[in-house]
Each structure stands twice: as structure tokens, then as C-alpha cells.
Design a protein around this ligand. Structure first.
Ligand code: NAG
Length: 537
């Protein structure tokens, strides 16, 4: 019982008799607490999905209830206590977020009964809180766009795994996906590409126009939907590179003046924002201003990855800027690398002036970090290590372990085409975000971990789910559970139960990695998961 993912800190079984969850059970929430009422309704919905029982939700106390309570003696803001006895169930947190995570644990503990409606919950006391405060998942909606309803479904799926940040990669060379009122051509032109390359840049194209973007209203709706599930959407405007779709819309912000087209192939475009052009930098600030108005997130992601410098090297405006700012090359970096730092620092000043902070990919280390920047370490752990040593916050998201666009099996012939790589469930599980080389003091700067779903090769939402699940379960344990408690075999056993919930909710996942008849083990070589499952359809 209570063998859930992510594994809670402390589970103390109680020899008392069990609680009977029936259709007569009420879910109780504190009166006049709208957030808690929402959480109570979520729980009712989850129980209905699992058991078919539709429970009453009420602010009037009653016996034999599941009570959701705020208890300020619980110190971690996302922590909770779940107590089950014959008389009732109590889920307490110091905030509604904590209660929500207690609800997730209860939900995952309730067996899917199919026809049988009443279930018994063993007496227990669980105390739990997360290891990391930033528990992220990134979805790239630029390379392939996901409609609002799919993003909502993705948010539900993240909530099941106790993730609290959805990082949305909203812009890239292949498509601009966010309405910006001051620059309407970004979506009129930038959200559409005339066709898409077939396979891995084969030189052949599909001839089919591709488009999609979110209006500001839709994004606000997503912010609200995520917020109700205690997930903050972290928006990313990738700059100054990965900007070809913006340049297709406003060629005057590029070094050559264009013309440019929304890119129809994958890779890293050399067409980047002109760092010497003040209007181009003001454009970026204007975009960020609208982004900040839509997204209440404390963090605004400004990208910073993979910005080729070839255009800047031969651009008179960029060279004039290098002169005017007295930027000099040194043994470590070119003048143009320092020019990128100039752009990032300028954007950081702007974002800070609005009371927010920036996150950037680890390239923002080159040429010096802007004062309050948080770094997402993706190329390896090294960027994160350096940043922590410089006392900057870090989110670890190394492509070696948590790039969910990589293959999850070595049997690639039987997988949908992916970008390459290999990140098996086991590899994700064994990812340790806090490097030993850091001192105890420096380790505190590792505020979390994230996985990234880049979508060059992921055209549909069903495939996005497939690439995410069950690897997100392994990530959940990295992000939430105590390091000492991690155990891959135990995880696999618990994964079987979690998968019942995937099936219940209709989530697509990498099913074929599970072999129904074999024993419980994983084949590390191939990454396939062989597990004895009676539940799998
Ligand atoms: C990197 C790029 C990204 C691309 C992905 C594919 C980062 C920060 N940048 O090359 O645009 O989609 O890998 O795995 O990951």
C-alpha cells in the first residue's frame, strides 16, 4: 500500500483497521477557501476515475470523511501529512499546494477497481515533502505546436508526477507561437512555415504548410489552469539566437536585413538578432514586457543557447557596438561572445526592472553571468557546477540524462524516429542533480532538475506523451524523493501501479517497453523494461 511515485519520505503503517472508501464518503474542505475547494473537487474527480464512486464535496464536517486541512505546523510549503484510520482520512499541508500533493499521493494509492466500487485504505501515517523546490518539465511548442487542450492534458499529467513548473519553449527558428500585440507580424508571418523537412534534414520537404500560435487570452487561460494545479508556467523567449521566425517577420532586426523565412529544417540557424541595433534590442524588451504581463512566473527564460556569431563578426553595427562598449576578446572568448553577454545582461536588467528574474541556458556563462541569472545546465553538468561555484542558482537538465527527445530504447527500428541519443528509464532514474564536487554550501544553489521535450521529431501530442511516459515517473523520483530512499527495483514495482493511472487517464506511454509475461528486470543494454504485469492491456 501507498507504494506511489514519487516515493514519500516517511510511511508508517498502523495496525488499526482500514478505512472504507465508499460512495457515502464525503470530502471535506475548509469553508470559504476557494483553492481548497478546487483541490477537494480534484480529489473527487480522481476517485471517480479510479473507482466509479462520485463523492460529495462539502465544507460541513461529517464523520467518515476525507478532510483536507491547512496545518501551519508543517514546515515545508509543499509538504503534507496523510493520515488514514478507520474513522477517516486527513490530508494536511501548510498551504493548499501541500494538500494537493497529499491528494496526489492518496489518488495514486487508490487501486483502479474497474467494476468494484468500494476500496479499503490501510491505516497509515505519511509525512512527506519535496527534495527540490524547482521540479520542471519543458515542452517545445515551436518546432511542433500543441493545441491548448493538449497543453492542459500535459499539465494534468505533470500534476500526477508532482511537477511544479511547465517551461514552455514558445519561440524558435521554426515558429513563433505567442501573440505579441505590438508586433502582429510575429504571428501573421512568424507562426507559419511553408513546409517541413522530412526526417533528419534529408533535403526533402513535405510540401505541407504548418502553423499555430497561442493568443494572449489562451495563454492566460493556461496560466490559470496550471496554477490551479500548483504548476507555474515558465515562458521562454529564446534570444538572441534561435530567432529566425522573428526575423522572417521583422527582417530589419537581423544583421543582413534579410529576407528570411521561417525555417523549414532543423538545426542551428546563423540568422540571429542584430546585437548592434538598438531597435532590435528594444524589440526584444517589448516582447518580454508583454510576456511578463501574461505570465506571473518569478522566472522569465530568455534562452541564450546556440547563438552563432558569424553574422555579428561581419556586421558593421555589431562591430560598432563592440567598440562603443569597449568589449575586448581575451584568451577565453571572442569579442562576439562578450557581445552576447552584453545582450543577456541588458535583457536581465529589463526583466529585473519588472521585478522578475531570468533563467538562461548554460551558454550565458560564456562572457560572464548577469548578476541574478539562474542557469539551466543542459550541455553537461559543468555549466551548473561553475554557476553554483559562482553562487548562482542552477537547474540541472543535462542532455546526457533528461532529454526526452532522445530514444528510450536501443531497438530504434521499432521506435518512432527520434533525434538520436539514448536515455532509458533507468538512466533517467539514476540521474543525480547535485554533483559531489560541490561543497555543501555550493550544493544549495542546485534548486532543481528538469527534463526537456524538444519536438523536432515529435509531430503529435500522442507521441509527446509517449516520449514523456514513463520517463517522467523516473524524473519525479529524482525531483521529489529523498536521495537515500531511491531504489530502482522498488521504483519499477511502483511504476506498474502508476501505469494503471496512465491507462485510466488514457495517457499514451512507451508500453512496448513492458513485457507482460517476463520477470521483473530491466535490460540496461537495450533500455527496455521487462516487467511482470498483469494489469497491462
Ligand atoms: C539543442 C538545442 C535545442 C534542440 C535540442 C535537441 C538546447 C538548449 N538547445 O541542440 O534547440 O531542440 O538540443 O535535442 O537544448
Amino acid at each position: 500500500d501507498y507504494q506511489v511515485i514519487p516515493m514519500p519520505r516517511e510511511i508508517v503503517a498502523d495496525n488499526q483497521s482500514a478505512f472504507k472508501l465508499t460512495s457515502a464518503t464525503t470530502i471535506h474542505f475548509p469553508a470559504e477557501n476557494a483553492q481548497m475547494e478546487k483541490v477537494a473537487n480534484f480529489l473527487a474527480g480522481y476517485i471517480e476515475t479510479s473507482t466509479g464512486n462520485k463523492l460529495k464535496v462539502s465544507s460541513t464536517e461529517s464523520a467518515q470523511a476525507i478532510s483536507l486541512v491547512i496545518d501551519e505546523s508543517i514546515s515545508n510549503k509543499e509538504g503534507y501529512e496523510l493520515t488514514v484510520s478507520a474513522d477517516g482520512v486527513r490530508i494536511a499541508g501548510s498551504t493548499p499546494a501541500g494538500v494537493f500533493y497529499g491528494v496526489q499521493t492518496l489518488r495514486k494509492s487508490i487501486p483502479a477497481t474497474g467494476g468494484k466500487k468500494d476500496v479499503e485504505l490501510a491505516a497509515v501515517k505519511i509525512s512527506d515533502y519535496p527534495r527540490f523546490s524547482y521540479r520542471g518539465m519543458m515542452l517545445d511548442v515551436s518546432r511542433h505546436f500543441q493545441p491548448v487542450d493538449s497543453v492542459k492534458n500535459y499539465i494534468d499529467l505533470l500534476a500526477l508526477h508532482n511537477v511544479n513548473r511547465l517551461h514552455m519553449h514558445l519561440t524558435d527558428d521554426q515558429g513563433w507561437r505567442i501573440e505579441i500585440k505590438k508586433y502582429p507580424k510575429l504571428t501573421e508571418i512568424g507562426s507559419k512555415r511553408k513546409e517541413t523537412v522530412i526526417g533528419r534534414n534529408t533535403g526533402e520537404y513535405d510540401g505541407k504548410p504548418y502553423e499555430g500560435y497561442y493568443t494572449q487570452e489562451q495563454l492566460k487561460e493556461l496560466v490559470k489552469y496550471a496554477g490551479e494545479r500548483f504548476i507555474t508556467i515558465v515562458p521562454e523567449i529564446d534570444l538572441p539566437g534561435h530567432q529566425q521566425a522573428a526575423l522572417a517577420s521583422y527582417p530589419e532586426f537581423g544583421c543582413t536585413g534579410g529576407p528570411y523565412e521561417v525555417w523549414t529544417q532543423w538545426g542551428v540557424s546563423e540568422n540571429v538578432i542584430c546585437a548592434g541595433n538598438d531597435q532590435a534590442l528594444t524589440f526584444l524588451e517589448d516582447v518580454l514586457a508583454e510576456v511578463i504581463d501574461i505570465f506571473p512566473s518569478e522566472y522569465i527564460h530568455i534562452g541564450g543557447d546556440e547563438c552563432p556569431k558569424v553574422r555579428w563578426e561581419s556586421c558593421p553595427k555589431c562591430q560598432a557596438r563592440i567598440k562603443a562598449e569597449n568589449i575586448k576578446a581575451d584568451k577565453l572568448h571572442s569579442a562576439e561572445a562578450y557581445l552576447q553577454s552584453y545582450v543577456i545582461s541588458r535583457m536581465e536588467k529589463f526583466v529585473e526592472s519588472k521585478g522578475r528574474h531570468i533563467i538562461g541556458w548554460d551558454e550565458i556563462l560564456e562572457g560572464g553571468l548577469a548578476p541574478n541569472a539562474t542557469v539551466m545546465s543542459w550541455r553537461s553538468m559543468d555549466g551548473g557546477i561553475q554557476s553554483a561555484q559562482q553562487h548562482h542558482d542552477v537547474i540541472m537538465t543535462p542532455s546526457s540524462h533528461v532529454y526526452f527527445d532522445h530514444y528510450q530504447s536501443t531497438d530504434t527500428d521499432n521506435e518512432p524516429l527520434a533525434i538520436g541519443g539514448f536515455s532509458s528509464l533507468e538512466k533517467v532514474y539514476n540521474f543525480e542533480p547535485v554533483p559531489d564536487v560541490l561543497t555543501e554550501e555550493e550544493q544549495k544553489y542546485i534548486i532543481g532538475a528538469q527534463a526537456n521535450l524538444w519536438t523536432e521529431y515529435i509531430p503529435t501530442y500522442a507521441q509527446a506523451q509517449y516520449m514523456t511516459l514513463p520517463r517522467l515517473a523516473a524524473l519525479a523520483e529524482v525531483q521529489w524523493s529523498a536521495k537515500e530512499k531511491k531504489d530502482y527495483q522498488s521504483f519499477l514495482n511502483r511504476c506498474v501501479k502508476l501505469i494503471d493511472h496512465y491507462i485510466l487517464n488514457g495517457y499514451n506511454f512507451a508500453k512496448h517497453l513492458f513485457d507482460v509475461n517476463a520477470e521483473l528486470k530491466t535490460d540496461t543494454e537495450s533500455g527496455s523494461l521487462i516487467i511482470s504485469l498483469s494489469t497491462l492491456g
